[in-house]
Design a protein around this ligand. Sequence first.
Ligand code: AMP
Length: 308
Amino acid sequence: MGKLLIVGTVAFDEIETPFGKTDKILGGAATFIGLAASQFEIDSAIVSIVGDDLPQEYLDLLRNKNIDLSGVEIVKGGKTFYWKGKYGNDLNSRDTLATELNTLADFNPVVPDNFKDADVVMLGNLHPNTQMSVIEQMKATPKLIVLDTMNFWMDNALEELKQVIQHVDVITINDEEARQLTDEYSLVKAAEEIQKMGPKFVVIKKGEHGALLFHNEKVFFAPALPLEEVFDPTGAGDTFAGGFSDYLAAIDTISFANMKNAVIHGSNLASFCVERFGTKRMQDLKREEVNQRLHQFKTLTQFDIELK
Ligand code: AMP
C-alpha cells in the first residue's frame, strides 16, 4: 500500500459566505488533504501542530479515517492556528479577515520514523521553512514531492519559498498566485517560468473554472464540475491537492497520463468539498458517491469530433 505524508495546518476556521456564517469549526490544509486521502487505499499521516484548545472530537474524526496522527504535536496551554475568511457574492473572491498563527509560529515538524520512507510527500500550505524541514527529514527520496502554497507566503517569505520550490516535483497554485510568483500574466508563460524554478509539473487551480496541468510543452485541462449547490469554497484547493497526491500515492507509476487522472481525482473530490460548510461534506463522503461523480466528469469532458 502506498504511503502518503501530509504536512499542513489543522486549524480553527471561521467562515462567512453569502449563504451564512459559521463559528469556529474544524479546518486547515492538512485536515482537508487528509479527508481526501481517506478515499484511497493508502497509508497516510499528518504532521502538524495544534493547541490543547482543539476539541478531541476533531482529532478523533481524523484518526477514525485511519490517518496516523503521531506527528501532530499538541501544545499544552497553546492555541490552535485560526483563520477567518469572507467570500464575495460570486464565491470566487475571498478576503482573509484574520490569520493567527498561534502554535504554528514555533512549529518544528517532526516526521514519524515510519513515514520517513513515504512514497509521496504532500507539503500543504505552510511556512516554506517548515516545508523544507520535512523534505530534509526524509530517509529515502520520495517518488513525488508536491507543494501547495499561497500568496500569504509569497508576501512574507518569498526567498524561502523559492528555495523549497527548487526541491519539489509538482507545485499546485492558483492562477493569481502563479501570476504573482512569476510576474507573467499568461498562465502558459507563468507555468514555463515556474518549471524553470524546479518543479517538472505545474498545476494551476482556477476555482470553479477548473485546473490546468503543465509539463514541458504538454498541457491538460480539467473543468470543475458545474454544481447545483455551492456553499463554501474553503478547502477546495487543499482537497484538490489532496485528491491529486493521494491518487498518485496509490498507484505505481508517475507519468503525464497518470498526472492527468490525478487532476481529475482532485477536481472530483473538490466538487464535494464546496457543497457544505467546512469539512462537513468530506466527513462522511462515500466511495460510491465519488465513483458516480467520476462518471459525470467523463461524460462532461468526452466528445467525438472527426479530425482531418
Ligand atoms: P483553501 O480554501 O484550499 O485555500 O484552504 C483553506 C484552508 O487553509 C483553511 O482551512 C485555513 O485554515 C487554511 N489557511 C488559511 N491561511 C493559511 C496560511 N497562511 N497558512 C496555512 N494554512 C492556511
